[in-house]
Design a protein around this ligand. Structure first.
Ligand code: ADP
Length: 274
């Protein structure tokens, strides 16, 4: 007969829970969703900003946290050049298009490179999650840096993350990074809401679909790793154009076919959580 395991005493239980890192929710929001891409340049920030605006359009209260310390995109994509106010204790988010925003890019000169070691990045992330006056939000959308580094670790281990979405292009080389991203979130016990295939095809003047970066790879990766495939976004030059103008496509032209795709993603997220 196997011996029964002894019950843990209350003192022992308290000791163990002290050792387990505490995951703090970001104050001022109900849910925190990370937008991640294991590779750079696949459209992660474009997705994060348009998704935040789409959630707002369907009635949610939204914050956008640019956690890409080395390469912040939110100031440019939302056309923000002002500095956040502080009372010495907390930073006030900057409100643009009815979305509460915070980015390291609001605090530094746009052209100054952030030459920081890991602990400084970790400390910046803690400031943005614990010392920003986020107010009364349904969602904070976090634009993660690419890769599987300090920021991802800090978020996943210390902050209560309610879900992550992984963005990729269909290229083989990007997919390898997606697999690394999936494994990282799984290991850190962050729920992956699903995978998005960005720049999945281009529709030519002849009306035909051209699969420039290959076909079906993101969907297949999702299937292989038992994750949901959330959908695809085609290549469309309007996306970049409006992003560069500081007014993303969902805000500039909500009836555009591309905006409808982002609005669909937003509906999915809203119905999952609210
Ligand atoms: P990341 O955050 O992954 O580095 P960005 O969101 O900055 O990537 O996007 C990289 C570039 O690709 C930007 O110029 C952006 O406008 C463009 N882009 C993103 N998604 C699309 C798309 N579906 N079609 C066309 N251009 C896109």
């Amino acid at each position: 007969m196997p011996k029964e395991k002894p019950e843990l005493s209350d003192a022992m239980r308290a000791k163990i829970s002290k050792k387990t890192p505490q995951k703090n929710p970001i104050k001022g929001t109900k849910f925190t969703i990370a937008i991640s891409s294991a590779k750079g340049g696949v459209g992660k920030s474009t997705f994060a900003t348009n998704l935040a605006l789409a959630l707002k359009k369907i009635g949610c209260k939204v914050g956008l946290l640019d956690a890409d310390i080395y390469g912040p995109s939110v100031p440019k994509m939302l056309g923000i050049s002002e500095k956040p106010k502080s009372d010495g204790q907390k930073l006030e988010p900057i409100i643009k298009y009815d979305v509460q925003c915070m980015s390291i890019g609001f605090l530094t000169d746009q052209e100054t490179p952030m030459i920081w070691r890991g602990p400084m990045v970790t400390s910046a992330i803690k400031t943005f999650t614990q010392k920003v006056n986020w107010k009364d939000l349904d969602f904070i959308i976090v634009d993660m840096p690419p890769g599987t580094g300090d920021t991802q670790l800090t978020f996943s281990q210390e902050i209560k993350m309610d879900g992550a979405i992984i963005i990729s292009t269909p290229q083989e080389v990007a997919l390898l990074d997606v697999i690394r991203g999936i494994k990282m979130f799984d290991k850190l016990s962050v729920k992956i809401l699903g995978l998005v295939d960005n720049m999945s095809f281009f529709v030519g003047d002849d009306g035909k679909k051209y699969k420039i970066f290959g076909e079906g790879g993101v969907k297949k990766t999702a299937k292989d790793y038992q994750k949901e495939f959330l959908g695809e976004i085609p290549i469309n030059s309007e996306i970049g154009k409006f992003g560069d103008l500081g007014k993303p496509i969902v805000e500039s032209n909500p009836n555009h076919e591309i905006s409808k795709i982002y609005l669909n993603f937003a509906e999915k997220i809203k119905s999952t959580y609210l």
